[in-house]
Design a protein around this ligand. Structure first.
Ligand code: NDP
Length: 244
């Protein structure tokens, strides 16, 4: 299948976890992929595994210069830039009265400001290409509260919000911007969380490739009429469980 044939993507935080699943599926479905991350060893190994259709670049999403270099690298290596998956993120938690300010700032900087800078830098290339798809990775914590996860919740609500404001700005250029809201996905980020401790109607965590299939739909032209929208993939976690 070649559902994203001819497209060129940047996937941030693409060295491992769900980001690596995005990179793998995009390549399998015909796209060229630039993997950006701060984990250089893992990122280079993944790009080598994926072959000529993938390349790795060091991309700290909080750094505008890294973004500019990554966009130039994608265009030079693969000819254009038409898909951005803003996936890089960190989680942090503490009670509100003890939440360290530097942890708040770092979480907002990576999860929200990183997504903002990425869209700023990538959109001019998508305008040149006469269209594109931006997929911002929010969370179920961008839809509801979660005790202790104050900075993470704020960042993911923020990602959900700027997805819509940017979608409004760029619809006229044929650029779609959507958010994905995963529930519990098995990755290094969630290794200490047990599915049994959450009220998941489907009774299990998901694997990264289950989220990747949603991303693939949004990256492809199959999602031609979807923009500014929220795509939830959470095993029913946020639908509301009326009875025990
Ligand atoms: P992982 O921690 O496994 O992977 C995230 C990747 O992003 C890591 O390689 C990480 O590197 C990298 N990263 C961290 N900071 C930066 C930065 N400044 N610039 C570039 N890359 C960076 O996380 P997941 O795969 O689980 O999560 C991916 C995304 O999905 C995140 O945005 C997360 O919030 C979201 N999500 C995850 C869920 C889950 O259940 N796993 C649920 C809902 C949303 P390093 O190890 O150095 O931090």
């Amino acid at each position: 299948m070649n559902r994203v044939q001819g497209k060129v993507a940047i996937v941030t935080g693409g060295s491992r976890g769900i980001g690596a699943a995005y990179a793998r599926l995009l390549v399998a479905e015909g796209a060229k992929v630039v993997i950006g991350d701060v984990l250089d060893t893992e990122g280079k190994a993944l790009a080598a595994e994926l072959g000529a259709d993938a390349a790795y670049i060091h991309l700290d999403v909080t750094q505008t210069a890294d973004w500019a270099a990554a966009v130039a690298f994608a265009v030079k290596t693969f000819g254009s830039l038409t898909v951005l998956v803003n996936n890089a993120g960190i989680a942090s938690g503490a009670a509100i009265t003890e939440f360290p300010l530097d942890m708040w700032r770092k979480t907002l900087d990576i999860n929200l400001t990183g997504t903002f800078i990425g869209m700023q830098v990538v959109i001019p290339e998508m305008v040149k290409a006469k269209g594109g798809s931006i997929i911002n990775i929010s969370s179920v914590e961008g839809l509801r509260g979660s005790a202790g996860l104050h900075a993470y919740v704020a960042s993911k609500f923020g990602v959900r919000g700027i997805t819509k404001s940017v979608a409004l700005d760029v619809a006229k250029y044929g650029i779609r911007v959507n958010s994905i809201h995963p529930g519990l996905i098995e990755t290094p980020m969630t290794k200490s969380i047990k599915a049994a401790d959450l009220q998941i109607p489907m009774g299990r965590a998901a694997q990264p490739d289950e989220v990747a299939r949603m991303m693939l739909f949004l990256a492809s032209d199959e999602a031609s009429y979807s923009t500014g929208a929220e795509f939830v993939i959470d095993g029913g976690l946020t639908m509301g469980v009326p009875h025990a």
